[in-house]
Design a protein around this ligand. Structure first.
Ligand code: PLP
Length: 225
């Protein structure tokens, strides 16, 4: 079933778009099923769960670390950095200046450069974290202050709604801003990822230039909270 779901998505996904299988709340067995179906890139949103699953898969189960690409996609508090940053191949959810500074500081202390996406607030929901355009511009103008992060692009979550026009408006906004940034900062050669699109809206996200889609439910089924 997981294999079939992945195969069906890959049939429609342009080959250059990266599929992050969002395995949060699903057991390691489900991740391993996806792995054996050929999936290598996974996303988790809770620090403890992220670290535990990685330790189990690459420790107890002995799967080579280089077989997996791990994205952290959830809200990250400063006191949880050590659960995430030693493992994450990319942190998609940098959603505040405070977090950015702490991630950069952790990188400096540990001799690492952390690939990150800046999370842009595009949905209508009040609760959704993330930056507005001006804040992102400000960060990128001062990118030299953050030598231990690598700015790889933007991440966003569209409004949770059945109204496709609203979803399109959100994706159009982030996509347009993303293109603008790439033109404005040609020196930021790594700034090339646009992570938009989830189970309900990834097909639309592709139309707006997604380079990464983050899909959970459509691969693993409903989550049991
Ligand atoms: C859970 C989650 C997803 C996947 O959501 P689905 O609707 O299950 O595909 C994608 N992105 C983020 C940031 C998430 O937290």
């Amino acid at each position: 079933m997981i294999k079939e779901n992945i195969d069906n998505i890959l049939k429609e996904l342009p080959p250059e778009v990266k599929l992050v299988a969002v395995s949060k709340f699903h057991p390691v067995e489900a991740i391993m099923e996806a792995y054996h179906a050929g999936q290598h890139r996974f996303g988790e949103n809770r620090p403890q769960e992220f670290a535990q699953k990685i330790e189990e898969i690459h420790g107890r189960l002995g799967v080579p670390r280089e077989d997996f690409v791990w994205h952290f996609i959830g809200h990250l508090q400063t006191n949880k950095l050590k659960l995430v940053l030693p493992y994450a191949d990319m942190v998609e959810s940098i959603d505040s200046l405070h977090l950015l500074e702490d991630v950069n500081g952790w990188g400096a202390k540990n001799g690492k450069v952390i690939p990150v996406l800046l999370e842009m607030h595009i949905g209508a929901e009040q609760t959704k974290q993330g930056f507005v355009e001006e804040e992102i511009l400000d960060i990128l103008f001062k990118a030299d202050n953050y030598r231990n992060v690598r700015f790889c692009g933007l991440m966003g979550m569209a409004t949770h709604t059945d109204n496709e026009d609203d979803i399109r408006a959100d994706f159009a906004r982030i996509s347009h801003f993303f293109s603008y940034l790439k033109d404005l900062f040609p020196e930021h050669g790594d700034f090339k990822e646009l992570s938009i699109g989830m189970s309900e809206d990834w097909r639309i996200a592709i139309e707006y230039g997604a380079t990464i889609v983050r899909i959970g439910t459509a691969i693993f089924g409903e989550r049991q909270y």
